[in-house]
Design a binder for this molecule. Structure first.
Ligand SMILES: Cc1ncc(COP(=O)(O)O)c(C=O)c1O
Length: 368
């Protein structure tokens, strides 16, 4: 059975041995810090860690809040921005399913804006914004989960401009940004936006360790204080030990080293995956990503039948409909195909098994 479901780093992409040494040093040098609460009073995260993250992002440390993984940070951001039930939030369609569930849990009215091969359809967003200005627009601009798409520079600028003229916040979630296998890095949206109109969320989960649960926001000092206050009321204290270990790892250059290692591991998997999906599934491939973990394909048929048929040939897929905030008007089945954890031969085997049971959809269905 080949599991094509989870977008998690494989063990070989986590520098566990080096992290264990940093963890041992952290326990030896600062056991009191490890086993106590973090300071009370709107704590924004370990100072050394925030300094290191500030260096990484060329931002001031007073613009950084560190929480327990980026998903929790997203929940806190939603808590801060969605204080009135029924507030509008616009998301990419498809998007990260857990984000939509978080926004809905905070009472938002979540509406989807189609993702094209170069990112969010800005004209469709503009039309929605003219109807109602949302509290925020949630985007994953780099190697999007689940479509693999990267937003073009022009669209990033258009989105930043629309946010400041219409008066909404952009929530930019970019955990895969450093994992680029081809092409050149585009400006992050937070680098080209008015600071009061952007909250950037990032994570060490895909570049160091998911288990340390280090996620962070880059925002105005006011938003950072708001997040810190909400965090304290939610979980009192993050685990200081995890933040201390992450600070040591960053200071020692382990994150930079590990990004290089991850790219070396993932690039051949990525190249082989693109090749086999293009060869076996043809036009079903939605877009050729330039990094990250995911390829996506649209195939014809009914989702349950496709998933069951795949299971019967030993391929486990995620139900792609979960990534759409509303039912899709067309009948195409969306397949998210994470390639990062499979050897090229395993991934090719999965696609070889899938090819006879899925049909390429008409271009109109697969298209943007
Ligand atoms: C787009 C996106 N945001 C957030 C997360 C959550 O990451 P973390 O482990 O930092 O909570 C993920 C995890 O896969 C993700 O794909």
């Amino acid at each position: 059975v080949i599991n094509c479901c989870r977008g998690i780093p494989p063990p070989e992409a986590i520098p566990s041995a080096a992290l264990a040494l940093h963890a041992a040093a952290a326990l030896r040098d600062a056991p009191d810090l490890a086993f106590q609460y973090a300071p009370i009073g709107h704590y924004r995260g370990d100072d050394a860690l925030r300094q290191q993250l500030a260096l990484l992002h060329s931002a001031d440390a007073d613009r950084i809040f560190v929480g327990n993984g980026s998903l929790q940070v997203l929940d806190l951001v939603a808590g801060l921005l969605l204080q009135t039930p029924g507030t509008d939030v616009y998301v990419e369609s498809p998007t990260y399913d857990r984000a939509v569930r978080i926004f809905a849990r905070h009472g938002a009215r979540v509406r989807g804006v189609p993702v094209e091969r170069d990112g969010l359809n800005i004209d469709a967003l503009d039309a929605l914004v003219r109807e109602r200005v949302p509290a925020f627009v949630y985007t994953i601009p780099d190697f999007q989960n689940p479509s693999g798409v990267t937003m073009s520079s022009a669209k990033r600028r258009a989105l930043a401009d629309l946010a400041s003229t219409a008066g909404f916040v952009i929530v930019e979630d970019s955990p895969y940004r450093s994992l680029r296998y081809r092409g050149s890095t585009l400006p992050a949206i937070y680098q080209i936006s008015e600071p009061s109109h952007i909250i950037a969320i990032n994570s060490l989960a895909k570049v160091l360790s998911p288990g340390l649960r280090i996620g962070y926001a880059i925002a105005t000092p006011d938003v950072v204080s708001g997040l810190a206050a909400l965090a304290e009321d939610t979980y009192l204290s993050p685990p200081p030990f995890c933040q201390h270990v992450a600070a040591r790892a960053l200071t020692a250059g382990l994150v930079g080293e590990n990004i290089t290692r991850c790219i070396d591991i993932f690039r051949p998997r990525y190249e082989a995956a693109v090749e086999v999906v293009q060869r076996r599934l043809g036009d079903a491939l939605f877009a050729i990503p330039e990094g990250g973990y995911f390829l996506a394909a649209y195939v014809a048929g009914h989702e349950a039948q496709v998933l069951n048929a795949a299971r019967s040939v030993g391929v486990i897929l995620t139900a792609g409909s979960a990534f759409f905030p509303a039912a899709q008007p067309n009948k195409a089945v969306f397949l998210r195909l994470p390639f990062q954890a499979l050897e090229p031969s395993e991934f090719a085997e999965a696609i070889d098994r899938l090819a006879p049971i899925v049909q390429e959809p008409a271009a109109a269905i697969a298209g943007s």
